[in-house]
Design a protein around this ligand. Sequence first.
Ligand code: ARG
Length: 462
Amino acid sequence: MAKGEKSWEKRLSGEVDQLAVNYVESLSYDRRLYKYDIQGSIAHAQMLCAKGFLTADELDAIKGGLAQIQDEIEAGQFEFNVLQEDIHMAVEAALTEKIGDPGRKLHTGRSRNDQIATDMRLWMREEIDILRSKVRDLQGAFVELASKYTKDMMPAYTHLQRAQPIAIGAYLLSFVEMLERDYQRLGDCRKRVNVSPLGSGAVAGSTIPLDRAMTAELLGFEGVMRNSMDGMSDRDFCAEFTFACSLAAVHLSRFAEDFIIYSSSEFDFVRIDDKYCTSSSMMPQKRNPDMLELMRGKTGNIFGSLSAMLMMLKSQPSTYNRDMQEDKLHIFSAADVLRASLDIATAIVSNTQFKTADIAAGLDKGFLDATCLAEYLVRKGVPFRKAHGIVGGLVAECEKQGLAKLADLPLETFTDACDVIEKDVYDNLGATNVVKQYASAGSAGTKQVEEQVAFWRQEFGQ
Ligand code: ARG
């Protein structure tokens, strides 16, 4: 098969409509799979040789030719011809042109259908490892930042209303947990990716006794897919992968949203480094958190990949249909966007400072200590529901008297509201006291944050 020539030219009329050529090709984007395609071909050729379908010399010629092709592609010297449709045909045609007949034997017992399924799995296995290490980098950056803020406090929000005081580190470590699930989820996905479809053929396997266990082992797969029809057409791993990317993107987007809000003049909790801000072409004073806004915005692209994957799969009749060629666009896009966002998130987290003094100065706003006061009453024997009502009344009293905080109320008002209250009530008021009081595992106090930082440091060998 020479360049530009197709093996099925004997079957179909040789006429070419450039429109159709351009429409059907995937070479423009699947060329990035070249390395895996060549890897798969070498394993397949080794197996064909072991089975007696290639001589040792033919195998050497194939290996040498493929190595040359890889070098040419990497040196930017390979001429990709869109007439070849995809990376599989492009490599095979180039090989045949270089080495002649042994190249024509390579496709024995193999189809592009199992070839592409194999290539994508090899690519994704490596991509998952890269993404997981980037998730770890971001987790590490969050842990480092959290370790700087185990004592400084900030308000925690629910409904974007001030809720309870927390150590800033507790907030930061919540992202380490989310990312840990992403790390695990990508790892789970990898298990289902790392099985070999090679040898499934076009749909029904082959009458040639292919040694599928051998190619699987050569390619580092954990096992062989049992059923050829499922093997060459399964794309669940693509849907799973884009879902795992989507959920990681949700976490990045929520982080981005927080930091956008926290860097506004209204909140003024964090200062994002200038490097990760842009200014306005008109308003000279502006520092806009564009990287974070893009991180939030790009989440939509990743969701798009997931929904495109699912839409593409639904209602396809069994096994391979050309619809599936589009899958690569979605998995590549999801991976590329997530990779870039993880990198920029790590850079931003590593270069952000919390304005601890400003935050502390405003911590009395919002009666953040109300729950702690109710729990103080509980410890004195008051049923929680009753305590909740009493504290609610005291907050209303403060508002009526124009007092900013519960600690501004005189002891008399407390004892009038509930006779178990004593002078020690003031030890339970104010953010600093509250954060010291947190007692339950995983709560947002300094002690728990320090424990969690130590846990993650050990986990990451940091
Ligand atoms: N380029 C194709 C794809 O990505 C390869 C498989 C083509 N198979 C076929 N029977 N036309 O899906």
